[in-house]
Design a protein around this ligand. Structure first.
Ligand SMILES: *Cc1c(COP(=O)(O)O)cnc(C)c1O
Length: 353
């Protein structure tokens, strides 16, 4: 892929104070367009700027859009590293296929990410911050008929973010959702696409109003089986096994989920992918066999769950504090990401800058 580098002449104001998440954006973005009959053209790194969108652009009406989320890190040695970009590019390709968006070669997606991150390397914050990378592709064709569009734009934007846990490794309170449905088998729950998030907002807002941080989705049919949490996959640690719901088409194949599974296997932990019911969790808490529950996702890395909320009251998980497994996985994963621990699985790529 031939990328035209067009450095900005008007650098953006650098943020001061706490970075938060997804608030600030860097000087440049990567952009390229899909033209019917020509394919992907005009790959460029250019000044961060808006693009005009026709009011009839099909993304605005029928949500033909997919995205990714990954991170680059600044190590204690000053080195710039990106985490598992190849795996994110592969999932991006699968999401595109599901949404009938023309394929972008995985190598081109990776190259686009690397070039724009290297361009804005000076924006990558030191630990515990990181650079959140958001690749996305959306349908731009001005057409109100329902069919896959004939024009698209692919972008990669970058956002310097602060520590996810600004007030320490705090356990989250999760509302167990047993009415609303995020995804059903045969739908698009396993694609990283905007529609899944639009479908989640109402229930998430209801949970917030009740005092919970996020929603735990249950299966669409029986509402007895655990699926995933908002933007995270879920792990349940019992005395003799750690369980995470199997990938059955309704949940996202999380890169952090895969990393956690790999790290647990390397430790010799009995990690099992299988369906898991709420009843099992409740019984486990009663018998003392349930040790901890935690979520996994790029933004939080590992997030301990302290409380599950049900209609008939709250269930405290373990003693309500972050468990040793969540703590040690968070520590191991973040150290690999920053180059403070060896990278035996080949997850980290050094970049220039
Ligand atoms: C992105 C996402 C996750 C987490 O995936 P990672 O690759 O670990 O960041 C989990 N669930 C949903 C619905 C997501 O969109």
């Amino acid at each position: 892929m031939n990328i035209d580098i067009r450095p900005t002449t008007t650098p953006r104001t650098r943020p001061t104070g706490a970075l938060g998440f997804g608030i600030h954006f860097t000087d440049h973005l990567f952009r390229m367009d899909y033209v019917d009959g020509k394919g992907w053209v005009d790959a460029r790194v250019e000044a961060y700027s808006g693009a005009t969108l026709d009011p009839a652009a099909s993304v605005l009406h029928y949500a033909q859009v997919v995205f990714e989320g990954l991170k680059a890190f600044r190590g204690a040695d000053g080195g710039l590293r990106i985490f598992r970009a190849d795996r994110h590019a592969r999932r991006f390709a699968r999401s595109c296929e599901k949404l009938c968006i023309p394929a972008i070669p995985e190598a081109d997606v990776m190259e686009a990410i690397v070039r724009v991150v290297e361009q804005d390397a000076s924006w990558v914050p030191d630990a515990p911050g990181a650079l959140y990378i958001r690749p996305y592709v959306y349908a731009t064709e001005a057409f109100l008929g329902v069919r896959p569009a004939k024009a698209y734009t692919f972008c990669v934007i970058l956002s310097p973010v602060g520590a996810y846990y600004e007030r320490g490794f705090a356990p989250v309170k999760i509302w167990v959702e047993r009415e609303a449905v995020r995804a059903v088998k045969g739908g698009v729950g396993d694609a990283k696409t905007a529609a899944n998030y639009a479908a989640s907002l109402h229930a998430a807002f209801g949970a917030k109003k009740r005092g919970y941080d996020q929603v735990l989705w249950t299966d669409a049919i029986s509402h007895e089986k655990i699926e995933e949490v908002g933007t995270m996959n879920l792990f349940v640690a019992f005395e003799n096994e750690v369980v995470t719901p199997s990938l059955d088409g309704t949940i996202l194949d999380g890169v952090t989920r895969d990393s956690v599974i790999t790290l647990l296997k390397a430790r010799g932990v009995n990690i099992v992918e299988r369906p898991i019911t709420l009843d099992e969790v409740k019984q486990g808490q009663k018998s003392g066999k349930l040790k901890e529950i935690f979520g996994s996702g790029t933004a939080a890395v590992v997030s301990p769950v302290g409380t599950l909320g049900f209609e008939d009251g709250d269930l405290t998980i373990g003693d309500g504090n972050p468990g040793p497994l969540a703590l040690s996985l968070f520590d191991e994963l973040t150290k690999i990401q920053r180059g403070d621990l060896p990278d035996p699985h080949g997850w980290v790529r050094r970049l220039e800058g």
